[in-house]
Design a binder for this molecule. Structure first.
Ligand code: ARG
Length: 283
């Protein structure tokens, strides 16, 4: 399944919209580039096609493509960012996604920050709310994508997006840093996720939950040594990629990735329809 990434050409910390961001702590642009290229290289090694977005000057967080939208099939629900600092990304993601052939939907107004706050556990979309996305967005997103949703309340500002404390790996397995969610949401996830691997707070602070699974590999933003054993028991091996520069903005591996976009290869297979014209080879 192709993954959308946005090169870190303009990545910096120029404002503070989560507790990880400090404009006084400079980003090492060369190191950030290396870390981003390492992730892109791992995708290539694992046979994952990477689709690239065009980065825009003045939008330093655009590198976090997970926040563009949430996708299912050919439908994308576009983000509506909570903070004005990121609102300028919306039209760019809209035109990119529709250019890839996706049908782009929007919420009627409530804030919603895409796959950063909406992750599929099998067919169920688990949606975080409390810091960035409004709970009012959740039923709208569920209807637009025609899926069941499960609302999870985020309570710790360090874990301001769902993907900083929760990571479904398959329909029955997920990582969770309980510190990030309310006691009621913790109970709900315990009931809903057959194999819930609890991540110690210290590992979660290293963005251990900000991970993505490709086949039997879990790519995480930290070495996840504490989790190697439970993950091995679930059939997964862990690959930790250092993400120090992106963590300065509150992001890691998962935030840099939006899985589920149609690949360029697919786009090439499907020519744009031209009015009045039928392919001579079409059935
Ligand atoms: N600085 C960005 C923000 O606060 C980081 C976004 C991280 N993305 C994510 N999916 N958690 O919006």
């Amino acid at each position: 399944m192709p993954v959308l990434m946005c090169p870190p050409d303009h990545f910096q910390v120029t404002y503070e919209i989560n507790p990880w961001m400090h404009v006084s702590v400079p980003v090492d642009a060369r190191r950030a580039r290396r870390q981003w290229e390492d992730l892109r290289g791992v995708y290539a090694d694992l046979g994952v096609e990477v689709v690239l977005a065009e980065p825009a000057a003045g939008l330093p967080d655009m590198v976090f493509s997970a926040n563009a939208a949430v996708l299912r099939g050919d439908v994308a629900v576009l983000s509506r960012f909570r903070h004005p600092e990121r609102r300028g990304e919306e039209p760019l993601w809209r035109s990119l996604l529709s250019g890839l052939g996706m049908r782009v939907r929007e919420t009627s107004g409530p804030a919603f920050e895409g796959a950063g706050d909406a992750l599929f556990l099998g067919d169920t979309l688990v949606c975080g709310h409390g810091f960035r996305s409004d709970s009012a967005a959740i039923p709208e997103v569920g209807r637009a994508l025609d899926v069941e949703t499960l609302a999870v309340e985020l309570v710790d500002p360090r874990f301001y997006h769902l993907d900083t404390c929760f990571c479904p790996l398959d329909a029955r397995t997920a990582l969770l840093a309980p510190a990030g969610v309310s006691p009621a949401s913790h109970d709900l996830l315990r009931r809903r996720v057959e194999r819930l691997i609890e991540v110690p707070e210290a590992a979660a602070e290293g963005f251990a939950c900000n991970a993505i699974r490709v086949g039997d590999t879990v790519i995480s933003s930290t070495a996840l040594e504490a989790l190697a054993r439970p993950l091995a028991a679930a059939g997964y091996r862990v690959l930790g990629l250092p993400m120090s520069e992106f963590m300065k903005a509150g992001g890691g591996v998962r935030c840099l990735s939006l899985p589920g976009v149609p690949g360029a290869r697919a786009a090439q297979r499907e020519p744009q329809p031209v009015a009045g014209w039928r392919s001579p080879v079409a059935p």
